[in-house]
Design a protein around this ligand. Structure first.
Ligand code: GUN
Length: 297
């Protein structure tokens, strides 16, 4: 392996420590404890694990965690009523509704019912529009985490060719907006792109966010490029064991890339750390306090 390993676990630990320091200072100065409400509908085991981790890390940072676990059969109206209550609750500065939601609930409607200032996921159409027009937004957590790691690796990103593979609302599109805002030349590639390998080989920064196990191989990568792997895929190995892999074939990519994130231990831990950062940011904005240091895009 020749690439530098970008250690998201260590980076996220530093970020959480930064959040905890600033939460403590905010409490001393204002007496206000930032609060995050997480809403989970149904019993999806992976979502339950995420929600538990979010709650634990929120409390570890000195913030208040409000968890609302609702049954799978919850009606859309009952969920919207809960969001209204959370929107009006001044102990709650951030609201996250865990996705995916059950099929009988319209996720767009629910997301857009969250007060934009409390939308710590950055999924509300107002925040999407604010980000796209370069205004102060709540920024989606996974792309924010990727951006922080890229800035730490490169300093300025200005003028670099960035290719984002994947066009989801959660990662691909906001990632492209953030890179554009940092003056990259941005290409979004996706399942219908022609000659996707050649597009990727032109990238100084390559972000893989498609959910296809080990799709990006070493021969897709420009020598020396920085590769950020957002994928988390569970695959079965020939001996029948489960293994987590990214969207990048790590061993071949690491022979060519200049820097690369592993899976697990790369971008994954940054997502929750950025959620905590966004909750503190939302709280500071609601109080008219200065923006927290080093936590925003
Ligand atoms: N499910 C998977 N990733 C996310 C995320 O970033 N936010 C929410 N709300 N749900 C998710």
């Amino acid at each position: 392996m020749t690439a530098t390993l970008m250690d998201g676990k260590a980076f996220a630990a530093d970020l959480r420590a930064n959040v905890a320091r600033q939460v403590s200072a905010l409490k001393t100065e204002t007496g206000v404890t930032p609060g995050l409400a997480v809403v989970l509908v149904g019993e999806d085991p992976a979502s339950q694990v995420y929600v538990r981790n979010k709650g634990r890390q929120t409390v570890d940072c000195g913030m208040a965690s409000f968890e609302h676990a609702l049954p799978e059969t919850t009606s859309q109206d009952d969920l919207l009523a809960l969001i209204d209550t959370l929107n009006a609750d001044d102990q709650v500065h951030g609201i996250l509704v865990q996705l995916p939601l059950p099929a009988h609930i319209n996720a767009d409607l629910v997301i857009n019912a969250i007060a934009p200032d409390k939308d710590v996921d950055g999924f509300h159409v107002s925040n999407v529009g604010l980000l796209a027009t370069g205004q102060k937004a709540m920024v989606p957590c996974t792309p924010l985490g990727c951006l922080m790691m890229l800035r730490a690796q490169h300093g300025s990103l200005s003028g670099l060719n960035a290719v984002v593979v994947g066009r989801s609302n959660i990662v691909g599109k906001p990632m492209a907006q953030l890179l554009l805002r940092d003056s990259c030349t941005v290409t979004i590639a996706h399942s219908r792109s022609r000659n996707i390998e050649a597009l990727c080989r032109n990238a100084d920064i390559l972000i893989a966010a498609v959910g296809r196990p080990e799709m990006v191989t070493g021969d897709w990568i420009k020598p020396g490029a920085t590769v950020i792997d957002v994928g988390i895929n569970r695959i079965e190995t020939p001996d029948g064991k489960a293994r987590l892999v990214g969207d990048v074939a790590f061993d071949s990519a690491a022979q060519v890339a200049g820097a690369i994130t592993p899976v697990p231990g790369g971008v994954g831990p940054m997502t929750i750390a950025c959620l905590l950062a966004n909750t503190l940011t939302a709280c500071c904005r609601s109080l008219g306090q200065p923006e927290p240091d080093g936590l925003t895009a």
